[in-house]
Ligand binder design. Structure first.
Ligand code: C5P
Length: 220
């Protein structure tokens, strides 16, 4: 079957950057599963759906059209219902909305097949929270990335500032900790490493070092 490398971990652990680089290096497809939850969250906002209206959110998860487009710069644009929502998706507001709807089991179920459809030859790098535990439990390669909360907040801070989003370090640290706490404590697919995942603490590690360790795992 088509090989999958799952890369799970909390926000700011380096998942996104590492996954994209590893996928490019291997020539494999890339799934940014967080973008799906973020897209449903903002589509719900566009339709004035209340974040407490579970059945409307589930419908929204089924109905929202989400497409990834390579703009040539190596950055994936995310098109939600025909609109380029890449910048809006990156905000911590979108992250918080994603985390809220991601706690609804039926929303997670609605997105399951869409995620599995990314598994195409020659291989897939899947980035998220439950890639190794729920979506691709049979993946031959599983990684779980961690980093100290301060470093994770700092990485997000730099990323957002580069994109011109104005945030404070304190606010960001608080938001990230709240989001991780919710992701780790929800009843369905809580954030945790798969029993067969390789744990890598990326605190103080340069991106290239993490990429090398992950590639080493796949080539073994
Ligand atoms: O990875 P990212 O920060 O874009 O994810 C946003 C939110 O979406 C997470 O905080 C989490 O609540 C949810 N998510 C999830 N399962 C995934 C990916 C993301 O629950 N596989």
């Amino acid at each position: 079957s088509v090989p999958v490398l799952t890369i799970d971990g909390p926000s700011g652990s380096g998942k996104g950057t590492v996954s994209r680089l590893v996928a490019a290096r291997l020539g494999w497809h890339y799934l940014d599963s967080g973008a799906l939850y973020r897209a449903v969250g903002i589509a719900a906002g566009w339709s004035d759906i209340d974040l407490s209206d579970a059945s409307a959110l589930v419908r929204c998860a089924f109905d929202t059209d989400i497409a990834f487009r390579d703009d040539g710069s190596g950055e994936l644009r995310v098109i939600v219902n025909g609109t380029d929502a890449t910048d809006e998706l990156r905000t911590e507001t979108a992250g918080a909305a994603a985390s809220a709807i991601a706690a609804i089991p039926e929303v997670r179920a609605a997105l399951k097949e869409r995620q599995r459809a990314f598994r195409r030859p020659p291989g897939l790098v899947a980035d998220g929270r439950d890639m190794g535990t729920v979506i691709f439990p049979d993946a031959p390669y599983k990684v779980f990335l961690t980093a100290s909360a301060e470093e994770r907040a700092e990485r997000r801070y730099k990323q957002l500032k580069e994109k011109g989003v104005s945030v404070t370090m304190d606010g960001l640290l608080r938001e990230i900790l709240a989001r991780d706490a919710r992701d780790a404590s929800r009843a369905v697919a809580p954030l945790r490493p798969a029993s067969d995942a390789v744990l890598i603490d990326t605190t103080g590690l340069p991106v290239e070092a993490v990429v090398a360790r992950v590639l080493d795992l796949v080539s073994r």
